[in-house]
Ligand binder design. Sequence first.
Ligand code: GLU
Length: 408
Amino acid sequence: MSELEDARQNLEEALNAIGKEEYYDHLKHPERFVEVNFPVSMDDGSKKVFTGYRSQHSTVRGPGKGGIRFSPNVNEEEVKALSIWMSLKCAVADIPYGGAKGGVIVDTEEISHAEEERLSRRYIDAIAEVIGVNHDVPAPDMNTTSKHMAWMMDEYSSDNREHRPGVITGKPVEAFGSEGRDVATGYGAAYVIERIIEDENLNPDELTAAIQGFGNAASPAVKKLIDMGVNVVAVSDHIGATYNENGFTREELTSCDNDPGIVCKAGEDLENGELLELEVDFLVPAAIENVITEENADNVSADYVVEIANGPTTREADEILEEKDITMVPGILANSGGVTVSYYEWVQNRTGEYWTKEEVLERLRENIQNAYEQFRQVQEEEDVYGRQAAYIMGARKIVEALESREYM
Ligand code: GLU
């Protein structure tokens, strides 16, 4: 099943569950989808044409919001699916945004730093007509960072002959970004785990966690969980995983001279796949999509799966986890910390008043823990599995916003 079919099916099921299936035809398509083809000057003097997209799924709850990814695998269907998930995610996180997503088909390993800057600037020029502080606000996603956001903000502002920091979020703090945005996705997931621990009256010292990934989202989550006293027994990167049954310290994972995103192999060697099957309390897939599939779901031995990656569990695997009674906190809730702090960044840009890191993180903690509470309620009231509960929660808020405009 393609990602778009998957996103549509999730949406349709959620609308059916709340008796609002008549909105499916409206919500299965993005409100607007643009394809752009733009030339970039390469270092050798030649010009190369790149293709990019921006999908604005829904703006009924506020401006479109969602990242821009650079990847050779970017395609029309994927960008549309990701924009549907962003609408649902912003609704679940209860921030006043719709959903959008963008992408450029490019392998960043194959272009130079200077080419990447020119590509970022040309892409934002190409979509400039459809984005804007009050229309659609992009942000980082796969293979894009605060540096790309700074180039894009700069380009958009120069074209408009005025300072427009609020057109894009996830910028460096030195270029009107928000304190705490860099750790927000990982910390958000850790705050969800903190609430589970409180609700279930658990003792962090007796709990274990395995995290797949050590990149921008995963590594702050690892550090926060260790600070909370949870035993992080396994961590991985794209090369492999490392395991210590007694749990790692922060230093053990970060003190070697590895590149950011590469974990120090401080414990026993493990295969990435073995990490997913460890007997732990919390399994946190935080790297790429489709890693828990019908092939390995039966071997997942965690009590909770808390998703930081977008779409790490396939539909079929989700059903197996449900049968195994594993508690699922889906990505549209557990990874919503990033977009929530993007919203705080946008508010700060619009008001010109800047908050401290403590203030940002305290707001994030309260917001994501409230969302988790509501999610638990929906799960109980509707008697559904985690994934459905989150989709129902998001779909309900989008439909309420649509219905609030209808004449009586
Ligand atoms: N790309 C991130 C996501 O998938 C962040 C989006 C944003 O901050 O707008 O949630």
